[in-house]
Design a protein around this ligand. Sequence first.
Ligand SMILES: Cc1cc2nc3c(=O)[nH]c(=O)nc-3n(C[C@H](O)[C@H](O)[C@H](O)COP(=O)(O)OP(=O)(O)OC[C@H]3O[C@@H](n4cnc5c(N)ncnc54)[C@H](O)[C@@H]3O)c2cc1C
Length: 466
Amino acid sequence: MPHPPGFQRDRRSFLVALAAAAPLAAAPALACKPGRGSSVVVVGAGAAGLWAAQLLMDKGFTVTIVEASGRYGGRILPDTETAGGGLADFPIELGAEEIHGSSSVLFAMCADANAAFVDAVSADWFWMADGDGNVRLRDESVLETDDLAAEAVSFIDGLYRWDGDDITVTERLEDVGIADRVRFLVEAQVGNEYGSDDDHVGVLSLAQDDALWTSGSGNYALADVTMLSVVDLACSDARDFVQLNAVVTAVQSSNAGVVVTLADATTLSADYALVTVSLGVLKAGMIAFDPALSDEKQAAIANVGFGSGMKVVIAFTTRFWPDDLGSLYGAEHVPEFWAPGLGRTEDPLVLTAFVMGAKADALREEGGSDDGILALVLADLDAMYDGAATPAFAAGIVQDWTAEPYVLGSYSFPSPGSSALRADLARVEGRVHFAGEATHTTGMYATVHGALESGERAVQEILDRV
Ligand SMILES: Cc1cc2nc3c(=O)[nH]c(=O)nc-3n(C[C@H](O)[C@H](O)[C@H](O)COP(=O)(O)OP(=O)(O)OC[C@H]3O[C@@H](n4cnc5c(N)ncnc54)[C@H](O)[C@@H]3O)c2cc1C
């Protein structure tokens, strides 16, 4: 979920009313040869797979959609879908939460669903040391009044204009000499935001991909419906055909067609396969391809980054943070907290911890269990709010995407050298087509609308050959 360039996810920009932005037509203008008579097996029922299946069905293809887990939606997951879910009186998203930009197929789907966006003014807070080493909570004026914080902000802006070698953000931090005390700002806004950490994000790939971003700069949170309900409505025909608990283990392609094999040894034959599984699943080699994937594809799978990551959502009995809290940066284990209830409910009593990359790995290892992870996140909040968090704890959900067996991480990120490799991730191999967020070739990977667009691209490729 990379946010558009600049230091701040500007929550004030969430205030744009849905009506103020022109929606696109939800169905893309795909070249119109009917697919009647041709068949496709779609592997994976996340945003990319569902939307591609819907478009293929609209074009008259015979479509089979197989999904390994017991639900559809993939990395779109409202807490009401989890065991013991429903933490609050508003929808909480354990995966994708915001719509990035008002010029995308997803934004248009929101319009079709008559979905409203959050309308609230918020303020960011920073847990950081001052020049004398005293750590305390500072309001957002610190970004202007503290010279080193201002330097970190301008460093982040500069990353998006970088045209040198594809070094990591950490290497660039060292070259510029950004002070340790403000590096957490960069970690939160760059490494963590991109689903990784500063040691693994490549500055040139980040800048090159960002230059291709076209969906606009606003970020929108749905006020009272879930992300899944929006995608569900747009894909309502396809959704009814998803075969759940159907784990694909092999995809065989020949001149005659494809044969897709499931874990229970069932085989599905079709003219084409469309594989939409996460890059994490491809990296893990969970699907055997015959013939083997090309060297180019294998190199791209190996070298495009796919981050570790989790969201920890905690409901409290009382609110101990400011009622307009937007984001809170700088805790020991959690680069960024936010208050998902802001603008959605009268008295928001929930905080979300967003932890990616090495910090997510460390939290998982140190915590050892969901309870252990919750205790560490509460300890971060206790440190900032004089011990107020643990006594006010009501319930929590640890959604560790790396532990999800059919996702194996958060989302793809711009690792050094990755910009040029996205096209290889997307390339067709025989009768096997590929979609999914990581295959988006013009910068909008790591998003729901990028996943949807990758599905459109793959459907167009199939239409071009029938
Ligand atoms: C914590 C988090 C926060 C995010 N926040 C945002 C946000 O605010 N805004 C935004 O736009 N995006 C966000 N994203 C990214 C967004 O969720 C993804 O880019 C998008 O949902 C990916 O969709 P997809 O279809 O490419 O993949 P997936 O959703 O991963 O779908 C792939 C499907 O394939 C299935 N599958 C895997 N292996 C097999 C197999 N062998 N056989 C059959 N099926 C299989 C999986 O179970 C899954 O359902 C976030 C992601 C995470 C993890």
